[in-house]
Design a protein around this ligand. Sequence first.
Ligand SMILES: NC(=O)c1ccc[n+]([C@@H]2O[C@H](COP(=O)([O-])OP(=O)(O)OC[C@H]3O[C@@H](n4cnc5c(N)ncnc54)[C@H](OP(=O)(O)O)[C@@H]3O)[C@@H](O)[C@H]2O)c1
Length: 255
Amino acid sequence: MKGKMFDLEGKTAIVTGAGRGIGKAIALGLAEAGADVGLISRTLSELEAVAEQIESLGRRAGAVAADITETDRIEPLVEELREKLGGVDILVNNAGMNIPQEALDVTVEAWDQVMDINLKASFFLAQAVGRAMIAQGRGGRIINISSQTGSVALIKRSAYCASKAGLDMVTKVLALEWATHGILVNGVAPTFIETELSKGFLADPQFREYALAKNLLKKLGTPEDVVGAVIYLAAPASSLVTGHVLMVDAGWTAH
Ligand SMILES: NC(=O)c1ccc[n+]([C@@H]2O[C@H](COP(=O)([O-])OP(=O)(O)OC[C@H]3O[C@@H](n4cnc5c(N)ncnc54)[C@H](OP(=O)(O)O)[C@@H]3O)[C@@H](O)[C@H]2O)c1
């Protein structure tokens, strides 16, 4: 396996939320490692730009615009990408959102919005891809993009923390149920990363200070900082790893 530890040549990946931010960096990183990549988000123009970059790396890309909270669209969406790219070996459940609010202000609508994308859509995507992987009979990798907030509490994030803690537990249950099919299911849990999602609250100097308070390296992350962990969990290098949530948190959860 020497030299092949991080090689994804011949593999096909699906990445949700691949139009920008962490998902875009992951999609490009997987392509650089050799994978063909199916891209999902609601904004086709962003996906097409990422697809073009992937094709310029000599890999195949498929872009499908869809709102994955419309759960009845998930199965056909996965089938469309499988047909286009010839199967699915890797799923990265990355699409997610956050509505920072004091617990006293959280509305039912805001709670549902956060849960629907971060937890429910991720679960049903994993279910659709898990079914496909079992039918294909060649195993696979599912990687859920969680957050340090799945393990530690953060203010103004009751729904978000609950969604990511739920996703971490789903990761473990799927690892348990699908190990016999050779499907390894893991999570990646970043600290604060500068993206569209975080730029609003990171623009507040007080919050920025808070975001660095327990960060041992005293720097916020970039989307590229998350990519290596995902490639590791998608690649032969991690063939004995399942049911694990890998912190990419600059030591936030160490103390
Ligand atoms: N940024 C951070 O500090 C941080 C830290 C820890 C974990 N994370 C996690 O990392 C993941 C990516 O975050 P990010 O910061 O890169 O966010 P982002 O820049 O806002 O990107 C989110 C992506 O998800 C897509 N998306 C959102 N809702 C969707 C829906 N209903 N259906 C399909 N696609 C949808 C967005 O595209 P459209 O809007 O075009 O659909 C976009 O491509 C999330 O799960 C987030 O919780 C982020």
